[in-house]
Structures are given as C-alpha cells and as structure tokens.
Design a protein around this ligand. Structure first.
Ligand SMILES: [Zn+2]
Length: 210
C-alpha cells in the first residue's frame, strides 16, 4: 500500500489562533476562568448601601475599572466585566460605553423589572470562558434599576434597537447573569459552541430572531 499521497488537512485560523490564545494567556492572569473559582457559579452578595460610600468599595470599583481597561488594551475588545470575575463575589459590574463621559458605567445591585417578549440570538464571548463563542438566546431588551457609584438609584430603560442598543441590552443581561452565577455557555447546548478562529467573525455576527 502506498500512502505517500496522503496529506494532513489542518484546521483553520493557524496564525489567528496564536494571536487569540496569546491574549488569553495575558488576560487569564487577572480574570478568573471557569473552574478556577466556585464563586463564578454561585450568586454574588448584594452591596450594602453603606458600603457603596466606603473607601474599600471605592478601591474595588477602581480595580474593576482597571481590569476592564487592561483587558481592552490587550484584546481591543470587551464590553463588560463583573466583580466575581476578578475574585470579588459582589453584585457590581463595569460596562464599557464609549458614548458616555468617562466611558465606563458602573452598575451596582441591578434588578430587572421588565423583559421584552421578543427573543434574539447573538454570539457572545465571556472573559471567563475564552475563546468560546456561545450563541445565546435572550430577551431583546430589559428594564432594570441599579445604584451608581455614588449610591444614587438609576434606571435603564433604553430600548433603542440600533445595533449598539441591542448590544448594551445584551451586555447588561450577560453581566447580571454573572451576579447570579450563570455564564453564557451554561445557556447553550454544547453542540452550538464554537471556538474563535476567525478574525472577521464579529463583523459577520447578526442578531437573529429566536
Ligand atoms: Zn462574561
């Protein structure tokens, strides 16, 4: 038997994978990955209103903001991070919103008060489970109340359905899930998961009616 004509067929994205996995090695130094902390799969504690004004909490917020900025510097992407992902099992997140002054929005103790009946499917990545892409089905929008970093009660009621509006409504749901110990991949059949190996993936990603 002559097998000399056989050639292995390699999987796609060789160079890109090097790049993606190289970045994960760096971000994994300050962001807990699935399996590294039990807290990632447990509900986090509410932040007491007294605590919001304390110096300790201010340094926790500062640290979470720094982690968000560091992550964005390394990867050029990333929309939201929740305290439990950096080892603080408390209910607050930082969301990157270039449209607002300061760019980073802090949400503390968010409570969802309303959800859209319309569901949308969109591929999501999580800083704690990279580079897995999970096409998650979620309500198109939510309304929620939360506290800002000064302890003032605020409301999110933006149902603007341009692409940015859809993404923010999704990012908030993704981060609130983290506070409840749920990760995007928990919501998807494992057969639907994909590893990122194509740079143009997110340029092609679309919201689909589910
Ligand atoms: Zn996440």
């Amino acid at each position: 038997m002559n097998n000399s004509s056989w050639q292995p067929v390699f999987p796609p994205g060789k160079d890109y994978k090097k790049d993606v996995f190289g970045k994960i090695i760096k971000t994994g130094q300050f962001i807990y990955q699935i399996g590294e902390s039990e807290n990632l799969s447990k509900p986090s504690r509410e932040v007491s209103i007294d605590k919001i004004k304390s110096p300790k909490f201010k340094s926790e917020i500062k640290y979470l903001k720094e982690c968000m900025s560091k992550y964005r510097k390394i990867t050029g992407a990333g929309r939201g991070i929740t305290a439990v992902q950096v080892g603080i099992p408390e209910r607050f997140s930082v969301v990157y919103m270039p449209e607002i002054k300061g760019k980073l929005l802090i949400i503390i103790n968010p409570k969802i008060t309303k959800k859209s009946k319309k569901l949308l499917k969109y591929p999501e990545m999580c800083m704690s489970a990279e580079p897995i892409i999970a096409p998650v089905i979620r309500p198109a929008w939510i309304e929620f109340e939360y506290y800002d970093e000064k302890g003032k009660k605020r409301y999110w009621k933006t149902k603007d359905m341009n692409k940015n509006g859809r993404i923010y409504n999704r990012v908030f749901q993704h981060e609130i899930d983290h506070m409840d110990g749920i990760i995007n991949i928990d919501k998807v059949n494992s057969k639907e998961l994909v590893l990122l190996s194509d740079l143009s993936y997110y340029e092609k990603a679309k919201f689909e009616r589910a």
